[in-house]
Each structure stands twice: as C-alpha cells, then as structure tokens.
Ligand binder design. Structure first.
Ligand SMILES: Cc1cc2nc3c(=O)[nH]c(=O)nc-3n(C[C@H](O)[C@H](O)[C@H](O)COP(=O)(O)O)c2cc1C
Ligand code: SF4
Ligand code: SF4
Length: 415
C-alpha cells in the first residue's frame, strides 16, 4: 500500500481527495457521510450572508447517451444561516479530527466583514479557509466572487485582510473567467495566500429549449448565464493548473479542481502540479461512493509505478509542458493501419479526406477493402487515430525526419 496521506499547505488529510465547495458539502450530515465513504477532506459550501436561491438552477450537457458531460449552475452560496453552519463545522471537525475540514468564505468587499467572518469561523476548529473569488453568477453582480478574482489588486487586498486575522492556512480559489491565470495567482501569493485552488466554474449558457425558445435553466420563462463544470471543463482546468505550476515566480501549492471523475483524472492533475484535488460534479452525478475507486486506483497506480507516496508524483509532468515555440519541428509521426484490428468502417478515410490531408487510399486484401496511409502525404496530425472506433487499428509511428531536433525559436535564431 502506498502512502496516500498529504500535508497540503499545512493541512493534513488521509488522502488527496477532497470534496469541492458545492451541494455535496452543504451540511454536517452530508460531509460526515462523505468522510465515512472515504473522502479525505471537504471544502464546506461557501459561507456568507444568507441568500435566496432561484428554482430551477441546474442544466446539463449530454453527449449522445452520455448524460451530464457538462453541468451549468446558477446556485449561489449557502442558503443556511452562518450560526448553524459554524456549529456543524465544529461538530464535524471534532468527530473527524484527522480529516481536512475547510471553510469556504465569501462576503462583501469590506475589511470588517471579511475579518469578522474569518475570526468567527476559525473558532470552529476548522483546518483552513478557502476564499471564494470565483463564483461567476449572482454573487459577482453584487461585487463578490469572480468580481474579486478578476481584479488582481482586489484578490491581493482581500487575501491580506484575511491573512491578518487568520491563524490557519488560507487557500484562494481562483476564477477561470480571465484571459491569463498567472496574474491572479501571483496576486493571491502576494497577498500571503498559503495555496490556491482552481478552477471555479466557467461563464456559460448551456443551451436553449428550441420548442419554448427559453434558454436553460428556465426560471419562470427567463434564464441567466451560469457556471460551467464537470467532465467537459477538465482540459481548461488542467491548462490553468499547469500554467501556474510552471511559472517560475509562483511557488505556493495548488489544489486542482475541474472535471475530475476518476483516479486517472486526479493523477493527471497531480502530475501537472496539483498537491491535491477537489471534486463536485462527479459526486453530484454518482454519489460519494466514487471515492472508493479513486483510492484503490491511485494506490494501484503508485505501487505499479514504484512510488512510495502520492506526494512523489506531484509536478512530475510540469517539466514536459513548454511553449509551442520550443517544440521540435523535426519530430515526425505517421499513421499506420493494422488490418487485423480494422473493422473497415472508413471513418479514418472520411476524416482525413475532409478534415486533414487526403492521405488515405484503399487496398484490397482477400476481397475486403482496407484503408492504407500514403506516408509522404500524412502530416501526423492524429485525426484518423482519434476518430477510429477500434482500439489498436491505427497506430501513430515515429519515423526518421532526417534532421537534428530544432524548435521554431532555434530556427529564428532566438537561442
Ligand atoms: C451547483 C453548484 C454549486 C456550487 N457552489 C459553489 C460554492 O458555493 N462555492 C464554491 O467555491 N464553488 C462552488 N461550486 C464550484 C465547485 O466547487 C467547483 O469549483 C466546480 O464545480 C468545478 O469542479 P467539478 O468540475 O468537479 O464540478 C459549485 C458548483 C456547482 C455545480
Ligand atoms: S494522421 Fe492526419 S494526415 Fe495522417 S493519415 Fe491520419 S488524418 Fe491523415
Ligand atoms: S477508422 Fe479504424 S476501424 Fe475504421 S476503417 Fe479506419 S482503421 Fe479501420
């Protein structure tokens, strides 16, 4: 058994799997059930001034028969009173001393308000704070959430206010609704944050009911933009995590969030620099029990790869990310068809013909027509490999490009 325990920015947890601040962490009884199921930590549903939610408030994106590959929400922060939440946090922490209980906070942009909620909340004995500078709907229109996270000066200022009175670690949760994630990350670090977490949800309109012509989710005939999350956002989250992880001036831990469903997703986030991960949509879809597979899968992966601790994989792929201008222009791969695995669906042919470089012809073998790649036409784009439904029927094979490695920067004489 590998050691799955972590110490994330001073917060200890039996494993790196935390629930993100959202409906699954709405109240004490839920968080306690989650801990019993195996979750190592939970970021409580964001605390603040009581709000009123709308109904309905969720909408989903399906892909064929796969339901909910993306989730859109217009839910606000907790609609329960601060006192009740604080009592439950204290009780939960007492009952689960070895689990990570993090309080997510969001109040109006006033020093007294932030410092008051910080002081009150830390009396519960919680292990850390997460400052919600990410919520992109509703709260941002009131000058909170993403309205903070989109302005680095505000991010820095509010982080400083909280750090002044906090005696436990402070994580700043960043919004993805910015053109470049590094300046907000630097701002959090400048403000004294002990770590950042990302991503919160992405501005989105998930669709329109074409019969009623009302966009989703329908609130009495009207809709508003919401926050997008779930499987579909993982690539965006991975990019943002890796951008911060490979920034030389950024050197505080990162909690990775966005589209994590399985242990594999978690490993990818950790390889790209996340010290732990948080999950929301997958739990809303499949329940707390998914953590069992996550723990088993992560442990088996670490043992197979010969790692004693989960911490050993954090950042292992960061050095493999670079700018396009540093990639080798002389690296060459070609598609090759394996007839034994080919089911002759011709999807590769169509994709290459209309979406790539017209590199396929057909060859007839025993009366059957198989696609054949003309290597000198193939640019190695991967498209045929990506559309092929039969595993192993197309392989991308490295060929000798006939030259030493050379990047675009080198070609331009930049180094
Ligand atoms: C219905 C819903 C409510 C959410 N509420 C909060 C919240 O109160 N505070 C917060 O920081 N993030 C909130 N989030 C964002 C999640 O914590 C998380 O950052 C986001 O969903 C991305 O993770 P995922 O792809 O695993 O869902 C909410 C997400 C959903 C779907
Ligand atoms: S890799 Fe691209 S160019 Fe080559 S055969 Fe496949 S689709 Fe065509
Ligand atoms: S897409 Fe794959 S299975 Fe279909 S014809 Fe091409 S190689 Fe064969």
């Amino acid at each position: 058994m590998a050691d799955l325990s972590i110490n994330f920015a001073g917060i200890k947890s039996p494993n790196p799997f935390w629930l993100a601040s959202a409906p699954p962490t709405n109240m004490g009884s839920m968080v306690e059930r989650a801990f019993d199921a195996g979750w190592g930590g939970a970021v409580w549903k964001t605390l603040g001034e009581p709000i009123t939610n709308v109904s309905s408030r969720l909408a989903g994106l399906d892909s064929g028969t796969n339901r909910l590959i993306g989730l859109n929400n217009i839910e606000l922060i907790t609609d329960r009173s601060l006192d009740v939440n604080l009592k439950e946090i204290a009780a939960c922490k007492k009952k689960y001393p070895n689990h990570a209980v993090i309080a997510s906070l969001m109040v109006e942009s006033k020093k007294e308000a932030w410092q008051e909620i910080t002081k009150k909340t830390q009396d519960t004995g919680c292990d850390g704070f997460e400052l919600n500078f990410g919520c992109p709907h509703g709260m941002s229109e009131r000058g909170m959430g993403a309205a903070m996270g989109q302005v680095p000066e505000y991010t820095c200022m509010v982080t400083e206010w909280v750090k002044e009175v906090s005696n436990i670690p402070v994580i700043v949760k960043l919004t993805p609704n910015v053109t470049h994630i590094v300046p907000p990350g630097h701002a959090a670090q400048r403000g004294g944050a002990d770590a950042v977490s990302l991503i919160n949800t992405i501005n989105s309109v998930i669709g329109v009911d074409i019969d009623t012509m009302i966009p989703y989710p329908n609130v009495n005939g009207m809709a508003a933009h919401g926050g997008y999350c779930g499987t579909a956002v993982k690539p965006i989250a991975l990019n943002m995590v890796s951008e911060l992880a490979r920034d030389e001036e950024f050197n505080i831990p990162i909690s990775g969030i966005g589209g994590i469903n399985t242990w594999r997703d978690a490993v990818e986030f950790m390889l790209l620099g996340a010290g732990n991960v948080q999950v929301c949509t997958a739990v809303m879809h499949y329940g707390y029990r998914i953590v069992e597979d996550m723990i088993d899968g992560l442990n088996n992966y670490l043992v197979d790869k010969g790692f004693a601790s989960v911490n050993d994989i954090v950042g292992k792929s960061v050095g493999r990310m670079t700018d396009w201008g540093n990639l080798d222009l002389n690296y060459d791969v070609k598609a090759r068809v394996n007839k034994e695995k080919c089911i002759q669906c011709n999807l590769c042919y169509v994709a290459c013909e209309d979406g790539a470089h017209q590199s396929f012809v057909f060859e007839e073998v025993d009366g059957k027509k198989y696609p054949l790649v003309i290597e000198k036409e193939c640019v190695g784009c991967n498209l045929c490999y990506l559309v092929c439904p039969s595993p192993g029927a197309i392989e991308m094979v490295r060929v000798d490009a006939g030259g030493p490695t050379q990047s675009w920067r080198e070609r331009m004489g930049e180094h």
